[in-house]
Design a binder for this molecule. Structure first.
Ligand code: NAD
Length: 487
């Protein structure tokens, strides 16, 4: 059976313990590979390699770092088929989605940040008759990067790319649930000529390998994407060491449809935002609010569309929805649907395992697209992140009310607003507490904009210039320029 090894100092290495974790294919429920169960000793080795590589990598001209990263991006693109298949098998997402979105976006992340540093500016402030203040932005050293399972390579590269481009070296800890594409990235690094030690990848459990990285004294930067509870733990572990910590966390995102919206587009967008990747995108809209005058008609059409989604083998070309990522996730979603029933919800479609799965998938972790109505906005199902193909639908009567509903959760990651009234679009976007607000679209993003969450959805922003700032330390230098009488 294939073993997923660590990538340390440019080489594939076994974990020091010699221990491995089973890696399951969610579509079949069967173990198909094994992943290194690393601990603090592997993290130590990776951090040492990253520290040793830092002086040369950080002092290399940005053009040269860019060239290395562009070669890696080219290889990701060249291997899109193999990577997409690996991600689909590892994660349960439709192969078509991995091929069209996840893997191309990983290459784009690398390209975007590799070239962004070539255009980066730093500020100089002339102080007349006194001197100049300018700001040097310097890489901090080893960046510890911890990523989740839902968009494995996409989110791993989202953080690796700006860290490397700005001259940091990296120790990455991908999710133990979906380690395969990060492992393949390590192999591509060798082919691309990434110098040994610049990007190290340590696999294993969060509480063991992840925690060792967070608390390592030689890792001054921690960039994390994952759940809010894990983020809180990481923040408290890192705080006494005064690390620079960025947290991209969970969401409970509102999707608001006003009666004046272009309803066909709102319907298409809502189906995508509710069920893409089996609802396992942090930006998915899981609470749909529909203006009362169109509620019955719109929700009726939405339910028909949800029922028509083809749930099945992720490797089949015509599959719309694959498997949930794990048994743990399937159980969690199942329990939330049971809770929705207890809380008085009415299940308009789904709510259980789909029928007609192929023999290969009979033990896989599948769940039908599920729509729930009749729930109060304050109930647990409407307050807690489920992270699966479950969406609640609630009518509203006016703008103030829906803004209150949208903001009435502890999260603030993303929101969608569908309306034909441009003034309303601006008003509502301004009032919603959310790091991103989409108007008449979903999941459209220029990589230059700041990305992150408000409230319990995160701390700090990445993307564009924000990411270049996050991975560098600003240092102010003041040069006194004595006037003629003082010289
Ligand atoms: P998770 O928090 O369980 O795990 C994320 C990563 O953290 C994994 O690599 C895990 O091994 C590691 N980890 C766990 N405990 C740790 C610890 N004590 N110290 C260090 N590392 C530790 O999240 P998940 O289940 O993999 O991902 C789903 C969550 O991620 C959802 O809540 C989703 O909303 C969130 N997410 C957020 C964004 C965003 O951009 N805001 C993007 C994608 C996913």
């Amino acid at each position: 059976m294939q073993r997923i090894l660590n990538h340390i100092n440019g080489q594939s290495v076994e974990p020091v313990s010699g221990e491995y974790l089973d890696n399951v294919e969610p579509a079949t429920g069967k173990v198909y590979s094994q992943v290194a169960d690393s601990d603090g000793r592997d993290v130590d080795a990776a951090v040492s390699a990253a520290r040793a590589a830092f002086p040369a990598w950080s002092s290399m001209p940005a053009e040269d770092r860019c060239a290395v990263m562009m070669r890696l991006a080219d290889l990701v693109e060249k291997n899109v088929d193999a990577l997409a298949r690996a991600e689909s098998v590892d994660n349960g997402k439709p192969l078509s989605l991995a091929r069209s979105l996840d893997i191309p976006r990983a290459a784009k992340n690398l390209r975007f940040f590799a070239t962004a540093v070539l255009h980066a500016r730093s500020e100089t402030h002339p102080m007349e008759g006194v001197g100049f203040n300018y700001t040097l932005r310097q890489p901090r050293g080893v960046a510890g990067i911890i990523s989740p399972w839902n968009l494995p390579l996409y989110l791993f590269t989202w953080k690796i790319a700006p860290a490397l481009a700005t001259g940091n070296t990296v120790v990455g800890k991908p999710s133990e649930v979906t380690p395969m594409t990060a492992y393949m990235l390590g192999e591509l690094c060798v082919e691309a000529g990434v110098p040994p030690g610049v990007l190290n990848i340590v696999h294993g459990l969060g509480a063991q390998a992840g925690a060792a990285l967070v608390t390592h004294p030689d890792v001054p930067t921690i960039a994390f994407t994952g759940g809010t509870a894990t983020g809180a733990r990481i923040a408290s572990d890192a705080a006494p060491m005064f690390k620079k910590v960025g947290l991209e966390l969970g969401g409970k995102n509102p999707n608001i449809i006003f009666a004046d919206a272009a309803l066909d587009a709102a319907l298409e967008g809502s189906v995508r935002s509710s069920f893409a990747n089996q609802g396992q995108v942090c930006l998915c809209g899981s609470r749909m609010f529909v203006e009362r005058s169109i509620f019955d008609a719109f929700v009726g059409r939405f339910v028909e569309r949800a029922k028509a989604l083809k749930v099945g083998d992720p490797l089949d070309n015509d599959t719309d929805q694959g498997a949930l990522v794990s048994k743990v996730q399937l159980d969690k979603v199942t329990q939330y649907v049971a809770l929705a029933r207890e809380e008085g919800g009415s299940i308009l479609c789904g709510g259980d395992r789909p029928e007609g799965l192929s023999d290969r998938c009979k033990d896989g972790y599948f769940f039908s697209p599920t729509v729930v109505s009749q729930l109060g906005v304050g109930c647990r199902v409407n307050q807690e992140e489920i992270f699966g193909p479950v969406v609640t639908v609630t009518p509203f009567d006016h703008e103030d009310q829906v803004v209150e509903y949208a903001n009435g959760v502890p999260y603030g990651l993303a929101a969608s607003v569908w309306t034909g009234d441009v003034s309303r679009a601006h008003r509502v976007a301004e009032r919603i507490q959310s790091g991103t607000v989409w108007v008449n679209c979903w999941m459209v993003r220029d990589l230059r904009v700041p990305f992150g969450g408000m409230k319990q959805s995160g701390v700090g922003r990445e993307g564009g210039d924000e990411a270049l700032r996050f991975y560098t330390e600003p240092k102010n230098v003041c040069i006194r320029v004595p006037g003629p009488s003082q010289s």
